[in-house]
Design a protein around this ligand. Structure first.
Ligand code: NDP
Length: 265
């Protein structure tokens, strides 16, 4: 019996239980996926529980960075990004991974969003680092902007990118909102309307609401757009593959997440 969970604080509104319950069902695997409220100060104790009783867990805000220090082994991409979003617990050892970066790329490919630069990543938090790492690894020219400039400069230096002022958005061909602006705030956007480019694509990592102001403004300007749900589904599917060796259908997981988001079970 597979025992899986998501750890976070707060975690009650996570869409992961719905997505992973769908994955277990669709693959016919007996197992459970719980949401475990885990404040940062309790993460070390919680991971000891995971070591003894679980096959694996996902981690969300605010645990990803600290988890990197607590696992027994971390994958190269988790070390580079500085965050672990997936832990595999096997024979008493904890292995840390980051599926956000590859999940982001796979979601773009599946959604027909062209991988073309320059790509401007808005945000230099955990999600911004994962996206920048992914796009740089895909060979794109990557620019980064962050409200707190020092964090943009640090990310640019770490990955060999350029930190740019927000006005450079007009020249980008791929815009990614990896800030939390717009989260539960439908009127807020990280990018003023006049700074959108005339062509290209825009992706928002925020999925609550699904159609953020950032995406709506990109759409009316004729840009290709993608919400945060495909990435959420892909990072989850890749985590599931790490735990079980089986890749569930990300589209089905995305639909399950959408139903949970809309409150329909
Ligand atoms: P962090 O807390 O690590 O980073 C938050 C980022 O948002 C920082 O760059 C911060 O800038 C910026 N920010 C916050 N408030 C403002 C503001 N008012 N104006 C401008 N910038 C602001 O969070 P994460 O990186 O982990 O997550 C970011 C978003 O991505 C969240 O909404 C999260 O839900 C989403 N996400 C979605 C995923 C998906 O699968 N779709 C996966 C992972 C995350 P500063 O440094 O200046 O504080």
């Amino acid at each position: 019996m597979l025992r899986l969970a998501v750890l976070g604080h707060p975690v009650a509104h996570s869409l992961s239980p719905a997505m992973h319950a769908h994955a277990l069902r669709s693959l016919g695997l007996p197992g459970t996926y719980e949401a475990l409220e885990t404040p940062l100060v309790h993460l070390a104790d919680r991971l000891e529980e995971v070591r003894r009783e679980y096959r694996g867990v996902n981690l969300t805000i605010p645990l990803k960075e600290r988890a990197l220090e607590l696992v027994d082994w971390a994958a190269p991409e988790a070390k580079a990004i500085g965050a672990v979003n997936t832990v595999l617990s096997l024979e008493g050892h904890l292995f840390g991974f980051n599926t956000d970066a590859l999940g982001f790329l796979e979601a773009l490919k599946a959604g027909g969003i062209p991988l073309q630069g320059p790509a401007l990543v808005l945000g230099a938090g955990g999600a911004g680092r994962a996206v920048a790492y992914a796009l740089k690894g895909a060979g794109l020219e990557v620019w980064v902007w962050n409200r707190t400039e020092e964090r943009a400069l640090a990310l640019a230096e770490a990955f060999g990118l350029r930190a740019v002022p927000l006005e450079r958005a007009r020249e980008a061909r791929l815009l990614v909102n990896a800030t939390s602006v717009g989260l539960n705030a439908p009127e807020e956007t990280p990018l003023p309307a006049e700074l959108f480019p005339e062509a290209g694509a825009a992706v928002d990592l925020v999925y609550r609401p699904l159609w953020t102001r950032f995406l709506k403004e990109a759409r009316v300007r004729g840009l290709l757009v993608q919400t945060g749900l495909p990435m959420l589904a892909w990072q989850g599917a890749l985590a599931f593959q790490i735990w079980t060796g089986l890749l569930p259908d990300p589209k089905g997981m995305e639909e399950a997440a959408l139903r949970a988001l809309e409150g329909v079970r």
